[in-house]
Design a protein around this ligand. Structure first.
Ligand code: UDP
Length: 306
């Protein structure tokens, strides 16, 4: 892992991963089209940036021994705004990066998602669960993009013996999240910090399991250093309802929690929690930062932006 290409490196997880790779002494190149990522996230870092879309970039002369693909809009409002581009990122974009890995003999790592489990009928979700996804619903552009990417990677492994791995990332939060990305942690923190009511969608009984980004990055690096194909779940198995999250964020921000109930978006999963037995066994990985601690660090990040 000397020469790493990070696709989507200007996004939330990418900006954290790039810092970790640079600390390890890697040479890092980022490719990003800045559709949701921000150049400021990489400001001052000693890395090269290619401003291009992974679907159409000419990568033939690029050298990398490791390729990480995080390039895709990831929050529901963001990917619903550009559904076609989201589907192309998981198909044309992933193919372009896989071909680069094939030419270079690189290790390739794909960020897949807990969304491949859709509205899960198995709880917690392990990797052998095949999911319950709508191919035509309001989240289908993201879910099917990631499912196709997984299938394409498995095909490249079988047909061309590419050294590729897939991680399924569950809800992640932390510094470098966009305050306006529309996700629950960013919405609640910005609302609490500016004295507004917290926008609960539905009745707030739906659950998510929130992983702090430094824990996730550690898992990504371990997966990069292995030759496991996966898919491997990466997430924090502590599950909270949206209402519990609102209360914790209110406490951390030192405000009395006021709630505003908004309609639940279509196909919003009712429960989500990773089974991380495989990550523990294969990678000796598990998260260490509890929700309160991670949210305090994230609050400082958002407070610095206001
Ligand atoms: N959510 C909410 N208020 C918000 C944003 C999201 O109650 O302002 C809910 C959303 O309906 C979902 C959960 O929080 O049930 C997590 O949403 P997010 O968009 O963060 O992630 P995802 O749904 O992709 O897991």
């Amino acid at each position: 892992m000397k020469n790493v290409l990070v696709a989507g490196g200007a996004g939330f997880i990418g900006a954290n991963l790039c810092r970790s790779l640079l600390e390890k002494g890697c040479k890092v190149t980022v490719i990003d089209n800045f559709s949701t990522g921000k150049a400021e996230n990489l400001q001052g870092l000693p890395l090269d940036i290619i401003d291009a879309d992974i679907c159409y970039a000419d990568l033939t002369s690029l050298q990398a021994d490791t390729v990480v693909n995080l390039a895709c809009p990831a929050s529901p409002p963001a990917y619903q705004k550009i559904p076609v581009e989201t589907l192309m990122a998981g198909s044309l974009g992933v193919k372009n990066l896989l071909d680069l890995s094939l030419r270079n003999g690189s290790r390739f790592l794909q960020a897949s998602t807990s969304e491949v489990y859709g509205e899960p009928l198995v709880h917690p979700q392990n990797e052998s669960y095949r999911g319950n996804v709508s191919s035509v619903g309001p989240r289908s552009m993201y879910d099917e993009s990631k499912r196709f990417a997984e299938a394409l990677i498995m095909a490249y492994i079988k047909q061309y013996r590419v050294n590729a791995g897939i991680v399924r990332i569950f809800n992640t939060y932390g510094p470098f999240m966009r305050p306006d990305d529309g996700r629950v942690v960013s919405n609640f923190l910005t609302q609490a910090l500016s004295g507004r009511p917290l926008s609960v969608y539905g009745n707030g009984s739906q659950t998510r399991s929130f992983c702090f980004v430094s824990d996730l990055v550690e898992g990504l690096v371990k997966m990069l250093e292995s030759d496991a194909a996966g898919p491997v779940n990466l997430g924090n198995p502590t599950e909270n309802t949206v209402l519990e999250l609102a209360q914790i964020i209110g406490n951390i921000c030192g405000v009395e929690v006021k709630l505003r109930y908004d309609p639940l978006p279509g196909d919003d999963p009712t429960r989500r929690c990773p089974d991380i037995s495989l990550a523990k066994q294969l990678l000796n990985w598990e998260p260490h930062i509890c929700l309160e601690e991670g949210l305090k660090q994230t609050k400082s990040w958002f407070a610095s932006l206001i």
